[in-house]
Design a protein. Sequence first.
Length: 238
Amino acid sequence: HLGMIKPASFKYFKTSPEIIRLAVMLYIRFPLSLRNVEDLLHERGIDVSHETVRYWWNRFGPMFASEIRRKRVQQLRAFSKWKWHVDEVFVKVNGKRRYLWRAVDHEGEVLEAVVTKRRNKAAALKFLKKLMKRHGCAEEIVTDRFASYKAALREIGAVEKQRTGRWLNNRVENSHLPFRRRERAMQRFRRMRSLQKFASVHSSVYNHFNQERSLTSRDTFKLTRAAALTEWRELGAG
């Protein structure tokens, strides 16, 4: 379970927490392969194998993500309830078509990411229930015209909140792009479980470094970017 990894888990590793955090950030945040991260660290005089980077992200990625999420859910609970944009894209897992469902708020914050085998009412319902359990219910839920959304929202009793329109959902469609870039670098996924794990860790890290909330000026951007990096460097510290 994501929340059960204790910060003390750093103590059994010979490598410093700073290097582990840097490797995990590079791999999840940027469209880099494990070997790219190995090469970048090597250029900084840090000698680790790509298999070590894989182990670190698997071990610490969920821990960092749950810590980020815990802080952000408290801050955003009221703020993110105005409008949600919900969408699904297909992802190849071991050659088979699977579906990644995502919801973002009106400013691009990724609220939830769920992987399902099928694209139907049951899958839409599973996703919407998980989303609402964590975030309550938004005033407006923007979807495409896929009929399963309407059927699922009717079952939940929230069909009057649905909005559909050709251009309304650009927000969530654009927000899939960073994930698509990561997917290519990882050369697809081999198991649904690893896709689900990566999608939820990626969305938390993306949220943490996404500066769109405060794009008022270059100076503000630099301050918020520095603050995000400082917070990242303290993850798992206690």
